[in-house]
Design a binder for this molecule. Structure first.
Ligand code: URP
Ligand code: ZN
Ligand code: ZN
Ligand code: ZN
Length: 476
């Protein structure tokens, strides 16, 4: 592959904003600096654009089957759309293994993504059974390129407190990371049964059946269990509430290695969406549900002050047709999950950077650098620096778009963000130096994405480093 020099843009990383060219050779960044010699290279003009490290989405379900129903996309169309929106690496959360095995979901996910994925990809482990072999199996996983596992406190594969404690201790010993879907299952079960008994099964019953305090309770409990397990590293996925956030803030103030992720839908949408007429409201059925405006504002504050570490999507695309077929008569039968991988960067730029809630550097940290570091993908991913993979987004801040299903590369029959206007979009997206998308259209090939083994984060103790960013508002 010949050399490539990206010229004339403004390079934005989590810590710096500089006018610089970027030289790429053999899929890696070789040099970053002003006025690089490009005589022997192909030139890509980035004038008027920001040059960002490729987005890292550490929470996707491109390959999930729940209750016999498979999501409507797959690794091929899912990762293509992610790439078109500026994401170059994803980390997939697989479903529960039928036999409870730790290893089958990893193998299956890799097989399904191989030769299909358009982004680089990693896989989280998932623990739905705990026995005497679990600690040793987890060590094997952590040292075999999978330093993170998911546990659930609800759904069929949920673990009880004793099992959670075992997993936290075993992972903590290996400096691995336990990620958790935190909601109190017994409370949700009780509330759901009461609503069903009263015949309340329309969309507003969904948020009523899993209120914010169900999340807050589980977040607090998991932090306590992680603390008891010798301060085991803990990562709360899709945090949606102010009350849950407060528990994370307190844990960080204590110096515990606790991380939090939120998603664009909790930052942009609120629970009045469940009042929409007919099947329209089913577009917003995901768990945890959309919350109040007060929760939403608290999450923005959490992003700005460092309490929340990452923004991932929880992309889990059951189509509107699937939602209506299963849940049209009873919201409790509606498959939960929404698309979002393609719109993550443009929406967070629009609502965060363009509205002065986030600096550009903090934006890059949230969508790329921090998720890459926490999930063990650094230093290859998450930075524009010599030696890093040439995963690069040429972001045009003046390329307005109105979000709609038709305007997206994603083949879904809806987007929960329809009608939202964003000021900018990636002009080009490079994966290891190869251009995979231009102006939101896929120009790459299925299978251009590779599996990426990950390593435990050696900087875990520096978790709170992220708050020292400077505010730079230079135009490109
Ligand atoms: O409703 C959702 N979010 N479905 C995907 C699985 C999960 O809970 O993350
Ligand atoms: Zn070890
Ligand atoms: Zn979840
Ligand atoms: Zn999820």
């Amino acid at each position: 592959m010949s050399a490539l020099v990206i010229t004339g843009g403004t390079v934005v990383t989590a810590t710096r904003t500089t006018r610089a060219d970027v030289r790429v050779e053999n899929g890696r960044i070789i040099e970053v600096g002003p006025n690089l010699n490009a005589d022997d290279a192909q030139v890509m003009d980035a004038t008027g654009c920001y040059v960002l490290p490729g987005g890292v989405d550490v929470h996707t379900h491109f390959d999930l089957t729940v209750n016999g129903l498979k999501v409507s996309d797959g690794f091929e169309s899912g990762t293509m759309s992610a790439l078109c929106g500026g994401t170059t690496t994803i980390v997939e959360h697989p479903g529960f293994a039928e036999d409870g095995s730790l290893f089958t979901p990893l193998a299956d996910t890799r097989t399904h993504a191989l030769n299909r994925a358009a982004t680089d990809f990693g896989v989280h482990g998932v623990v739905s059974r705990v026995d005497e072999n679990t600690p040793e199996d987890l060590a094997t996983l952590v040292h075999g390129g999978v330093p993170s596992v998911k546990v659930y406190t609800t759904y069929a594969g949920r673990l009880n407190d004793d099992q959670l404690a075992t997993v936290l201790a075993a992972m903590g010993r290996e400096n691995g990371l336990v990620t958790v879907h935190a909601e109190n299952h017994a409370a949700i079960t009780q509330l759901t049964a009461d609503l069903r008994a009263k015949g309340e099964t329309t969309p507003p019953a969904h948020p009523a059946s899993r209120p914010g305090w169900c999340e807050a309770e589980a977040v607090q409990r998991l932090i306590a269990l992680a603390k008891a397990a010798g301060n085991a590293p803990l990562y709360i996925v899709h945090l949606s509430t102010k009350a849950g956030l407060e528990h994370v803030r307190a844990a960080k103030a204590e110096g515990l290695p606790v991380y939090a992720e939120t998603c664009p839908h909790y930052l942009l949408l609120t629970d009045e969406r469940y009042e929409r007429p007919g099947s329209e409201a089913l577009q917003y059925v995901m768990s945890p549900p959309l919350r109040t405006p007060e929760d939403r504002e608290a999450l923005w504050q959490g992003l700005a002050d460092g309490t929340i570490d990452t923004v991932a999507t929880d992309h889990c695309c059951f189509s509107l047709q699937q939602k209506i077929e299963r849940g049209g008569n009873n919201v409790f039968d509606c498959p939960g999950g929404i698309p979002g991988a393609e719109t993550r960067l443009p929406l967070l730029w629009s609502e965060g950077v363009a509205k002065n809630r986030l600096t550009m550097n903090r934006f890059v940290e949230l969508i790329s650098t921090a998720p890459a570091r926490i999930m063990g993908l650094a230093p290859a991913k998450g930075d524009i620096a010599p030696g890093a993979d040439a995963d690069i987004v040429i972001f045009d801040p003046h390329a307005p778009r109105t979000i709609s299903p038709e305007a997206l590369a994603h083949p879904a029959d809806y987007t929960p963000f329809a009608g939202m206007e964003v000021p900018g979009w990636p002009r080009a997206v490079l994966l290891r130096g190869e251009v995979g998308a231009r102006e939101g259209r896929f120009t790459g090939r299925p299978g251009m994405g590779h599996y990426v083994p990950r390593t435990p984060d050696i900087h875990r103790s520096n978790a709170r480093q992220s708050q020292g960013y400077q505010r730079i508002t230079e135009e490109p």
